[in-house]
Design a protein around this ligand. Sequence first.
Ligand code: HEM
Length: 342
Amino acid sequence: MEHTIPFTSTNLMEVVGAMKLDQAFRFSFFRLSLFALLASPAAAQLSPGFYSFSCPNAELLVRGAVRSASAMDSTVPAKLLRLLFHDCLVEGCDGSVLVQGNGAESSDPANKSLDGFYVVESAKRLLEIWCPGTVSCADILVLAARDAVELSGGPSVEVPLGRRDGIVSSASDVRPNMVDTVFSLDQMMQRFAAKGLSIDDLVVLSGAHTIGSSHCRTFGDRFQQASNGSLVPADNSLDSNYAMELANKCFAGASDSTSVANDPVTPSTFDNQYYANLLANKGLLHSDSILVTDPRTKSRVQAFAQSPEKFFASWADSFVKLSTVGVKTGDQGQIKVSCTNM
Ligand code: HEM
C-alpha cells in the first residue's frame, strides 16, 4: 500500500492519448454476452454506458492509472487481473477483496500474495475528484483488469458497468469459494459452477496464466525432495527440461519470494502461448497441467493453442461472465470513498 501514482500533466496526456488510441485503434469485441447479462437480475441491470452521464471520463481515468502504474512496474497488469479473479469468486465482483485489515478477505493466506491494490486506489482517488461518490471500486477493478489484458497485448473487451461495492469482506469466506492448485478438475469445475461459470470458462479464464508469475511454493506439490536435498519431479507430467529449470530456480535455499514466469515463452504478453505450453507439458501449476491431461478439456486447449483468434473471442465472453458474477446493483451495497477501507 506504500505505492502511489502521482497524477501529473504527463499522466493527463496519457489519458488524452488513451482516448485517441481508444477511438482510433480499439479492436473492440462488442460481445456483451446476453447469457452473462441475463444470468441474474442484478447482472441484467449493468450496462456499458452506465457512467455516460454521471462520469463520462471514468473509463479513461482508470485506463490512465493502469497505464501509468504499468509503465513504472511491468508486473502490474498480471496483478490486477488476478485481483479481479479473487474478488469475483468471493462475495461476487463487489470490490471486497480490496479491503485491508485483519479479518478482511485480503488477509486470508490464499490472498496474501495479491498485489496491485494501490493502482485501484489511485484511480479511485482521481475519480473521487472528478465525480465524487459515483464510480464503485468494484467497477474500477473490472475496468483495470480489462485494461491490463489489453495493455499486455490481449483483446479489448467492452464490459457492462454499474456494480456496487459490498459491505462485507471476511477472510472466512475465502477458502470455501477459492480454487486451489491441488484441486482435481472436478473440484475446480464445482467451484466455477457455483459461480455460474462452465468448464469452458475454466479453460478460457485459466489462459490468464499467459502473463504473470507464481512463487515456487505454489507448485511445490509437483516436486519431491531427493535424499541429497535436490528437487525431483513428483511424476512425469512435466517436460523433463522444464522440470529441471524449475527445480534449479526453486532449489532449497531459494528465498520465499522466488517466483517463475507462468508462461516461460512469452511471459509478459497476453497471447495463446499458455495453451501451447500446456500441450508441451509446460503447464506450471498442477491446476494448469490438468487441463491437458483430462479429455474433457484437452480439445479446447488444442483449439486455443492453434488459434489466437478463437482464444481472444472466447476470452471476451468468459471475461464478461466472470466480471458479472454475484454483482450488487440498484440499492444493494454501497459506493465507497476509499476501496481499501470498508
Ligand atoms: C482455475 C484455477 C486457478 C488456480 C488454482 C490459480 C492459482 C494461481 C496461483 C497459485 C498463482 C500464483 C500466485 C503467487 O505465487 O503469488 C496464480 C497466479 C496468477 N493467476 Fe491464477 N489461478 C487460477 C485461475 C486464474 C484465473 C481464472 C485468473 C484470471 C482470470 C488468474 C489470474 C492469475 C494471474 C494473472 C496470475 C499472476 C499474478 C502475478 O503475477 O502477480 N488465475 N494463480
